[in-house]
Design a protein around this ligand. Sequence first.
Ligand SMILES: Nc1ncnc2c1ncn2[C@@H]1O[C@H](COP(=O)(O)OP(=O)(O)OP(=O)(O)O)[C@@H](O)[C@H]1O
Ligand SMILES: O=P(O)(O)OC[C@@]1(O)O[C@H](CO)[C@@H](O)[C@@H]1O
Length: 304
Amino acid sequence: MIYTVTFNPSLDYIVAVDDFQLGLTNRTSSELILPGGKGINVSTLLMNLGIESTALGFMAGFTGDEIVRELQEMGVKSDFIRIDEGISRINLKLKSIDGTEINGSGPAISADKVEQLMVQLDALGEGDVLFLAGSIPSSMPDDMYRRIMARLEGKGVMIVVDATKDLLLNVLEYHPFLIKPNNHELGDIFGVELKTREEVVPYGKKLQEMGARNVLISMAGEGAVLIAEDRQVFDKPAPKGHLVNAVGAGDSMVAGFMAGWMDKQDYEHAFCMGIASGSASAFSEYLATKSEIEAIYKQVRVED
Ligand SMILES: Nc1ncnc2c1ncn2[C@@H]1O[C@H](COP(=O)(O)OP(=O)(O)OP(=O)(O)O)[C@@H](O)[C@H]1O
Ligand SMILES: O=P(O)(O)OC[C@@]1(O)O[C@H](CO)[C@@H](O)[C@@H]1O
């Protein structure tokens, strides 16, 4: 079985504002509200590819209810733990100013609620796949993903971590199957600025030396690099297309990579599925559909 954990789900309020001006009243020219958070996006993309998963994590208040309702409507299985105080966050994405967003910090999660999640995860075993993706509420310790990996150690669960800074670094000694920093996050870890696919390679290898089995580095319109466990390094530019909505492109890449890996256990196929899924989502309003991904996949493989 496949599980995703989103500690801090969101309703993503994705708006376009023409001629945005600081300090003035701006009005939207388009708006969209979607259930978000990285694990949820992974589950959604997997569902689009016809792969079942269960979305786990925490939700609170009317926003949490709406997230769960929308997931149910889309056909994504979920089993969220309800937090009694606060509300799940609303994350604002300004589509017309690419990459500009304001993400909430999310409700506090008490130790007994975390233990409830741990008990859910205790049921995982050999052959299961677990995605730990996204930030955790600011009130929580940044070794949360590490604690989960420690608890599951030796059970044969394949674990993917998409997180930043210490939340990510803390898990490396438990050898996650895949991590996916983007070039900015990778640069932040080592205090450098990384702009080209060539530049990210030595830093990706450092994360592998620190324990990650596979390191996938996404670079938005620049494409991606994979430092694979078998020492192969893959590097591809992003396919060309019209950028529509990049929210969730990275999560689509993670989901697409793992879908490709589970299908063929072949790194090049998984890498191309990752790029195709990321770019197909960036080129569409919603997270990409299977046919959108397949169309871009053909382009990505042909470009070899
Ligand atoms: N402008 C773009 N043109 C083509 N492909 C893109 C573009 N933006 C993203 N992608 C595709 O999606 C992948 C992931 O994008 P990105 O590096 O922005 O992830 P991210 O920073 O984790 O994003 P997010 O946190 O919003 O999900 C890229 O490697 C690329 O394949
Ligand atoms: O604040 P976090 O947890 O780092 O990121 C949350 C988030 O930006 O990630 C997804 C896109 O990757 C969005 O759906 C969501 O709003």
